[in-house]
Design a protein around this ligand. Structure first.
Ligand SMILES: C[S@@+](CC[C@H](N)C(=O)[O-])C[C@H]1O[C@@H](n2cnc3c(N)ncnc32)[C@H](O)[C@@H]1O
Length: 239
């Protein structure tokens, strides 16, 4: 399908009227609204500040961004080598993350995953990024902390949306060989270190997609391994 047609289809399904219908369908037939966990990101650092600071502290030389949109973040990053992957707009490579990783042989110091916000895709993006990460590098992800059931509903049913990125974090938190945190900033910044897990989540599930928002609502601090920005900087300095 050419770019023009895929942009039109994308815009149709994301248009406000269609979202209103999806919102109603969700409200009537899907998981019930159990309230908000009330995370307030207003006084917390932005993804731009966080990523710039990490790159500066570690003197990282290469940066990969998956999902760039209007380059709001990508253009702010100072790094010798920058690659941005997006099938629709922004960045430097017009492709889906799957197509990019199929061909990619380059390794990066810092990867920021902010493409398709669906559990199965985010999990793939993390696992593919691990193979494209230099030793001592870091993987960061956007939108890991939804506040209410609608912000994480799939399919998307409102403009403000994190998707179910959180489910990929919860699943990978059960792995022995990945050390994963979520920083309380900018809608939740996931942090992945490729090293033995220091706080492995003990959760025996055969399908993490089936986790409900209620599961998250009741356990998000433990499931996501929530940390402050100062703790994140401490962990980064210690790599
Ligand atoms: C939330 S925006 C990215 C915002 C940007 N990272 C920033 O911080 O300003 C999500 C982007 O992901 C892109 N996207 C959607 N599916 C993707 C995929 N499979 N692979 C890579 N990017 C994808 C969309 O085209 C969109 O531009």
């Amino acid at each position: 399908m050419n770019n023009y047609i895929s942009k039109k289809i994308y815009r149709f399904f994301e248009s406000r009227n269609i979202l209103k219908i999806k919102f109603l369908i969700h409200k009537l037939f899907k998981e019930k609204d159990i309230g908000s966990i009330n995370l307030d990101f207003t006084d917390k650092p932005s993804r731009i500040k966080i990523i710039k600071e990490i790159i500066q502290i570690k003197n990282y030389k290469s940066y990969l961004e998956i999902g760039c949109f209007s380059n709001e973040l990508f253009d702010q990053i100072n790094c010798e080598r920058k690659v941005g992957v997006d099938p629709v707009s922004g960045g430097t490579i017009r492709a889906t993350s799957d197509d990019f990783f199929k061909k990619n042989i380059e390794k990066f110091d810092c990867v920021f995953i902010d493409g398709l916000h669906r559990y199965y895709q985010v999990k793939k993006d993390i696992l593919n990024s691990i193979n494209s990460l230099n030793e001592g590098g870091i993987i960061l992800l956007h939108d890991c902390l939804p506040n209410n059931v609608y912000e994480q509903a799939v399919p998307r049913c409102q403009y403000k949306w994190n998707g179910d990125v959180w489910k990929a974090i919860v699943e990978l938190r059960t792995y022995k060989n990945l050390d994963i945190y979520t920083c309380y900033a900018d809608h939740g910044i996931g942090v992945v270190f490729v090293r033995p897990n220091r706080n492995q989540l003990n959760l025996n599930k055969d399908n993490f997609l089936k986790l409900s928002f209620k599961d998250y609502y009741e356990n998000y601090k433990e499931y996501m391994n929530l940390i402050s920005y100062s703790k994140l900087l401490e962990l980064v300095k210690a790599i």
